[in-house]
Design a protein around this ligand. Structure first.
Ligand code: ANZ
Ligand code: ZN
Length: 822
């Protein structure tokens, strides 16, 4: 008979809810473990396979930890603001608040289907005014400390839709909706000063238990470079200077031209009349190219001569000043000294534009006069560098820096690749930025007691050339909190990554009215002990959240400076074709069909058995039937033995068969314990299978009336306990079936007995041609090879065999080994 899983799931979910099995009193709990998964984005009403693959295994881990005595805080919520709901609104007219509320309701139910032990009392929803009130409050704290400021920055502007586009809406420099060429437009927008925390963000990486790859990605993203700023005088009467940033001052003698970014403010001043036309055409054509394309190594390097020259401060030579878009305004000083002999980009550019290539670093074993086929970017011996000739470049670099600094031409500096975090969105569905603009007082923060700045409900979403909130007159019009004269509200909303930079704090205090969080609870529960989520968040969310915590610690609002002590990433399950699942490819696998057929426990088990948690892999459902069969086999085993195992019976000594069953049991517990701890779930399931097999084997081998019911009872109980984190509903049902009191999760995780792990040893009889010659103690189970080896080498056997040839080895299991010789 098939397992009535639907009934069982319902029954135990109700039991858990009625008895508040997953409820945790945060103020009372001891031995805490905060286990957090990245919360879902309710952009559709369905949980997809990726959600299941993230949440089910993490719940298994959390349940395992709970059975090991931890009090687990595993909250759940919704990252509910954002673009998809708004785009949907533009298309269909359905208000984002409605779509979001409906999706959240659906998803919450599906999350319950996973059977995870989320405590829904702590749910958060970032689009709830009770939540975003505090997002706004946090913005104001940042503002007070000078960590939120306004500056001009480029946005993607679609002239067709008359709207600002997010980066992900720009496909191949075109608008994803109307295919118009996207333009760059400069707007004054809000930034958070994440760059002020560059060093703490780097340094903190050494203190957290995160995947090395993720740490490396953050390091690269921050991009710290030690270098020098060097001043180049411009030839001409006006004694202007251009400052470049370089990490290779050792190559200064090889700097044969300068390059400015096309947006560099000096360009207008220095360009000669003759070159003006060409320069302005070039600036225009590059203005629509994204930074990513500009820095692409494969894209052809273009540029234009300004008509002016600078003086290389060490060679005193005239070098031409060019502009080119491979130099970015936003990094370093927006200007470079080009050293074509030793930089790949400069080499390519110089070759195309007939600029001088001067070798100044010689690689080990190289010849000075041989022309370069490509840039040599490594270290070596300095040549063509006057008094520095013959020095190793690493030493010459320091000497040149010292000299430049002494002469006031250069200065050692540190630069970072990453920029401040632009949080302004010209969008509706987000938290309004709580600022007011007054003609008399300028920029005025909304007083804290006036929070939240409510997002107005009645809004025309259709793109009109300005942010949707700008069209809501009674939102925009307000009075200045300082001077009480008419003023305007900020109409931009915050990047949703701001919402998710602090949600893990709010979970502890989701219902608190007067503060964003309760300090006592945050001090007790944070940092998050174990965080789990996709590697796609390695640089954005995970960096922003770390920045928030460091800033908040600086303000004395939290007592720690890293939010997530341990982190791991779940892998991605791809489509059956090995490609990323997507609707357009038609390779999306839906969990529903499997849930209907097998129930959520079998599905959970399959996800963990069929795929490595951190690797994922292409979807393949060929194994799910086997898992279902195994669960049924286990089910039958327990049904068959349930009545038997409670018969009182005392056995003093284990038979051999019992010793073996006992060994497998202890081995299974040991294996499962170490592997679940490490987020390896497939091997523990194999261990459970082994124990089921060993149990059947025992019951076949030993007559019913001779079976050791005490041992069997232990085995059955442990089987259920081992299964429980994987298949929580079924385990509860089975636990009840064998006459135990629910919940099985209140029972501790089983211990194993290390002494029982060793295979038993017995006395083997050794024969030669059927005659007993020796006796030896050896493991109970031997392979043929092991048996032969033991027989040949024990006691007198080598002597007796010295002039014999072995023609056959006969093994009578667990008894004797007979060597047939002649
Ligand atoms: C001269 C030079 C010689 C350079 C050489 C490299 C090799 P990282 O390590 O990434 O910091 N650079 C500086 N500012 C730039 C900008 N705004 N846009 C594009 N490139 C810029 O790289 C620092 C190097 O990148 C700098 O050192 C500069 O080129 C270039 F053999 O200066 B180098
Ligand atoms: Zn005012």
């Amino acid at each position: 008979m098939a397992i009535p899983f639907e009934q069982i799931q319902k029954k135990w979910r109700k039991y858990w809810e009625d008895n508040k099995i997953h409820h945790l009193d945060l103020s009372r709990a001891n031995n805490k473990l905060y286990c957090l998964v990245m919360f879902p984005y309710p952009s559709s009403d369905k949980l997809h396979l990726g959600h299941w693959f993230n949440y089910a295994p993490v719940d298994t881990w959390a349940r395992f930890k709970k059975m090991n005595g931890f009090e687990i805080f595993q909250p759940m919520g919704f990252d509910a603001f954002g673009l998809p709901a708004e785009n949907y609104a533009v298309k269909t007219g359905v208000h984002p608040q409605k779509t979001t509320a409906a999706n959240v309701a659906f998803i919450r139910n599906q999350l319950k289907e996973i059977g995870a032990m989320y405590d829904w009392e702590y749910e958060v929803n970032t689009s709830d005014p009770e939540y975003y009130k505090w997002t706004q409050w946090l913005f104001l704290q940042f503002y007070k400390k000078g960590l939120a400021y306004r500056a001009k920055a480029a946005v993607n502007w679609c002239p067709g839709c008359q709207t600002v586009l997010a980066n992900e809406q720009v496909i191949d420099t075109k608008c994803e909706r109307c295919s118009h060429l996207v333009e760059r437009k400069f707007l004054t927008q809000w930034f958070l000063k994440i760059t002020a925390f560059a060093d703490p963000l780097l340094e903190g990486l050494d203190r957290i238990d995160w995947p090395e790859k993720t740490k490396a990605m953050q390091k690269n993203w921050i991009g710290k470079s030690n270098g020098v700023e060097i001043n180049f005088n411009i030839e001409g009467p006006d004694s202007e200077k251009i400052t470049v940033f370089t990490t290779r001052p050792d190559t200064l003698f090889g700097a044969t031209y300068l390059v400015l970014a096309p947006e560099h403010p000096m360009i207008g001043k220095i360009t000669t009349k003759k070159q003006k036309q060409q320069i302005s055409v070039y600036i225009k054509t590059t203005s629509s190219v994204s930074e990513i394309d500009r820095t692409s190594t494969v894209r052809e390097k273009t540029g234009v001569f300004t008509g002016r020259y600078a003086i290389n401060p060490v060679t005193d030579r005239q070098i031409p000043i060019w502009i080119a878009d491979y130099v970015l305004l936003t990094y370093g000083t927006g200007a470079i000294m080009a050293v074509p002999a030793h930089d790949e980009r400069d080499f390519e550019f110089a070759g195309k534009n007939n600029l001088l290539i001067e070798k100044v670093i010689l690689e080990d074993g190289g010849t000075p006069d041989e022309p370069l086929q490509q840039a040599f970017t490594g270290e070596g011996t300095m040549i063509n560098s006057a008094k520095y000739n013959g020095l190793h470049s690493s030493i010459g670099m320091e000497r040149i820096c010292d000299d430049l600094e002494r002469e006031g031409i250069g200065k050692r500096t540190v630069k970072y690749k990453f920029r401040d975090w632009l949080i302004s969105r010209q969008r509706y569905w987000g938290a309004p930025i709580p600022m007011i603009f007054c003609d008399h007082c300028g920029e005025v923060p909304v007083p804290e007691e006036d929070l939240p700045v409510l997002l107005p409900y009645e809004v025309d979403f259709r793109p009109k050339g300005k942010p949707p909130l700008a069209t809501v007159e009674n939102f925009v019009k307000t009075i200045c909190p300082k001077c009480s004269k008419p003023a305007r509200r900020e109409v931009e909303t915050m990047d949703t990554f701001v919402d998710s930079s602090w949600y893990f704090l709010r979970y502890t205090s989701n219902k608190l009215k007067e503060k964003p969080w309760d300090n006592k609870l945050v001090n007790k529960w944070l940092p998050v002990d174990q965080y789990v989520g996709g590697v796609d968040h390695a640089t954005m969310h995970l960096l922003y959240a770390r920045f928030f915590i460091k800033a908040l610690q600086g303000m004395g609002l939290v007592p720690f400076d890293e939010p997530f002590t341990k982190l791991i990433h779940q892998g991605v399950i791809k489509g059956p074709d090995g490609q990323r699942m997507s609707k357009s490819r038609g390779n999306v696998v839906n969990p529903e069909q499997y849930l209907e057929k097998y129930g959520s426990d079998v599905f959970r088990c399959y996800l963990m058995f069929g795929f490595d948690f951190q690797d994922g892999g292409p979807w393949d459902d060929s194994g799910i039937a086997a898992i279902d069969k195994f669960i049924n086999r286990l089910w039958r085993l327990i049904e068959d033995t349930a009545s038997l195992i409670n018969l009182q019976q005392n056995k003093e000594k284990f038979l051999e068969a019992e010793k073996e069953l006992n060994r497998v049991m202890n081995n299974s517990i040991k294996g499962a314990t170490t592997d679940i701890e490490r987020f390896h779930f497939n091997t523990p399931i194999s261990r459970i299978m082994e124990l089921v097999n060993a149990s059947y084997h025992y019951m076949q081998e030993v007559k019913l009336e001779q079976q050791n019911t005490l041992l069997l009872k232990q085995v059955i109980q442990n089987l259920i306990l081992l299964l429980a984190p994987f298949a929580p509903h079924l385990a509860e049902e089975l636990w009840e079936k064998i006459g135990e009191k629910p919940s099985v999760f209140n029972v501790g995780w089983p211990n194993y007995n290390p002494d029982a792990l060793h295979k038993e040893e017995i006395t083997w009889v050794l024969q030669i041609n059927g005659k007993i010659r020796e006796r030896v103690t050896a493991p109970i189970d031997l392979t043929e090879e092991q048996a032969e080896k033991i027989a040949k080498s024990s006691g007198r056997m080598p002597e007796l065999l010295s002039d014999k040839r072995i023609v056959k080895v006969i093994v009578v299991p667990r008894k004797l080994i007979n060597l047939v010789v002649n």
